[in-house]
Design a protein around this ligand. Structure first.
Ligand code: NAD
Ligand code: DAU
Length: 331
C-alpha cells in the first residue's frame, strides 16, 4: 500500500514508518509539521525510493489534499501528545488534535480513502487503584485533561464520519508507550536522562499513579494488523498487560542503572492527574491474532535504557529546555 503517515517524525509515527517499510513492504509519505516533538533523525536510514518526507501542517487542507489524493490509506499519528503541555497551553491541542483531524476526515471523505486513527486509552478517564476493571471498547468516554479531551473529540469525529458518510475508518486506543526515540519530556526518558546527567528522578505526587506500559514496537505491530485485518468501523484497544505504579518504574530504572532504588524526589503533582489506566486488549488479540513481542516490561526497559545511553546526540539538544520548563513548574 501507499500510506500517508501523519506525525511520522514523532516517537510512535517514526517507529511505524520503519515497521511499515521494513516489515510490511509499504511505501510511505510522511507529513509532519516538525514541532518541538519531532526529530528528523528518527527517520534516518530509510530507503529514499520508499519514503518521502513533506513538511506541512495537517490543518493545511490545500497542501494535504494532494497527498491524500495519491495514497491508498491515511494512518493518523499527528498530535500534540503531552498532558503537562496541554495544562499549560491547551489551544494548540484543540487546533491540531481536533481541527487537524477534522481536516483529514474531510479529505479522506472526498477521496474515499481508508483511514486509521491513532488514539489513546486516556479518553476513558481513570480507574481506582484496587478495582478489577480494565478499559474495553464499550467503556464510556470520560477524559480528564485538555489533551485527553481533545483526543476524545477527535475520536468522536471519526465515529461520526464513519456512521454518517460511510468512511472506511478504524480507531485504536493504546496505553502508555515506551521505547527508543521518545521525547525526553515523557516520564521514562526523562528519568533515564536525568540519571545519566547525575540528577535525581522526579516523581509526581505520591508516585502511586499507575500506567499500563507497552513497547512502541508492539503498538505499531497492532496498527499494522488493524490496517491489514481490522474491520472497518471498529475500535481496537492496544495494551500488553504492563500495569505498574510510577514508583515501581522509577525503582526498576534506578536499579538497572546501578543506583539505589530510593534515590528519587517527590515533586508537585500534575493537576487532575489520572490515577490508573488499564487495557483489556482481548478483542485485538482474539480477532486479529496480535501478540506483543515484549510481554516482559523489564526486557524492553533494559533495551530502552541502553538506547538512551548510546544515543545522547539524539536527545541532548532537547534536554536543557525541557528541564527548565519542568523546574519552572516545580516539577
Ligand atoms: P509525539 O509528540 O512524539 O509526535 C507527534 C508528531 O506529530 C510530531 O512529529 C509533530 O511534529 C507532529 N505534529 C504535531 N502537530 C502537527 C500538525 N499540526 N501537523 C502535522 N504534524 C504535526 O507523539 P507520540 O507520542 O508519537 O504520539 C503519536 C500519536 O499516538 C498521538 O496521536 C498520540 O495521541 C497517540 N498515542 C500516544 C501514546 C504515547 O504513549 N505516547 C499512547 C497512545 C496514543
Ligand atoms: O496512556 C496513553 C498516554 O500516555 C498517551 O496518550 C500520551 O500521549 C502519553 O504522553 C502518555 O500520557 P501520560 O500522561 O500517562 O505520560 P507521561 O509520560 O507524561 O507520564 C506518565 C506518568 O508519570 C504519569 O502518571 C505522570 C508521571 N510523571 C511524569 C513525568 C514527566 C512523573 O511522575 N514524573 C515526571 O517527571
Amino acid at each position: 500500500m501507499r500510506l500517508l503517515v501523519t506525525g511520522g517524525a514523532g516517537f510512535i509515527g517514526s517507529n511505524f514508518v520503519h515497521q511499515a517499510v521494513g516489515r510490511a513492504g509499504h511505501t510511505v509519505t510522511v507529513v509532519d509539521k516538525l514541532t518541538y516533538a519531532a526529530n528528523r533523525e528518527s527517520l534516518a536510514d530509510l530507503p529514499e525510493d520508499r519514503v518521502r518526507f513533506v513538511e506541512a501542517d495537517i490543518c493545511d487542507r490545500h497542501l494535504v489534499d494532494l497527498l491524500v489524493a495519491e495514497c491508498d490509506a491515511v494512518v493518523h499519528f499527528a498530535a500534540e501528545s503531552h498532558n503537562d503541555n496541554s495544562i499549560d497551553d491547551p489551544e494548540v491541542f484543540v487546533t491540531t488534535n481536533v481541527v487537524g483531524t477534522f481536516c483529514l476526515l474531510e479529505l479522506v471523505r472526498r477521496y474515499h480513502k481508508r483511514f486509521h486513527h491513532i488514539s489513546t486509552d486516556e479518553v476513558y478517564g481513570d480507574l481506582e487503584l484496587d478495582s478489577p476493571i480494565r478499559f474495553t471498547p464499550q467503556t464510556p468516554y470520560k477524559p480528564s485533561s485538555p489533551y485527553s479531551a481533545s483526543k476524545a473529540a477527535s475520536d468522536m469525529l471519526v465515529r461520526a464520519w464513519t456512521r454518517t458518510y460511510g468512511l472506511k475508518a478504524t480507531i485504536s486506543n493504546c496505553s502508555n508507550n515506551y521505547g527508543p526515540r521518545q521525547h525526553v519530556e515523557k516520564f521514562i526518558p526523562r528519568q533515564i536522562t536525568n540519571i545519566l546527567d547525575g540528577q535525581r528522578p522526579r516523581l509526581y505526587g505520591t508516585g502511586l499513579n499507575t500506567r499500563d506500559w507497552i513497547h512502541v514496537d508492539d503498538h505499531n505491530s497492532a496498527v499494522l494488523a488493524i490496517l491489514q485485518r481490522g474491520r472497518v468501523g471498529e475500535t481496537y484497544l492496544v495494551g500488553a498487560d504492563g500495569e505498574l505504579t510510577n514508583r515501581q518504574v522509577i525503582e526498576m530504572i534506578l536499579v538497572e542503572m546501578g543506583r539505589s532504588p530510593d534515590e528519587y524526589d517527590l515533586v508537585r503533582d500534575r493537576p487532575g492527574h489520572d490515577l490508573r489506566y488499564a487495557i483489556d486488549a482481548s478483542k485485538t488479540r482474539n480477532e486479529l491474532g496480535w501478540v506483543p513481542a515484549y510481554p516482559d516490561f523489564s526486557v524492553g526497559l533494559r533495551a530502552t535504557i541502553d538506547w538512551y545511553r548510546q544515543n545522547e546526540s539524539w536527545w541532548r539538544p532537547q534536554k536543557a529546555a525541557t528541564e527548565t520548563k519542568y523546574r519552572a513548574n516545580g516539577q
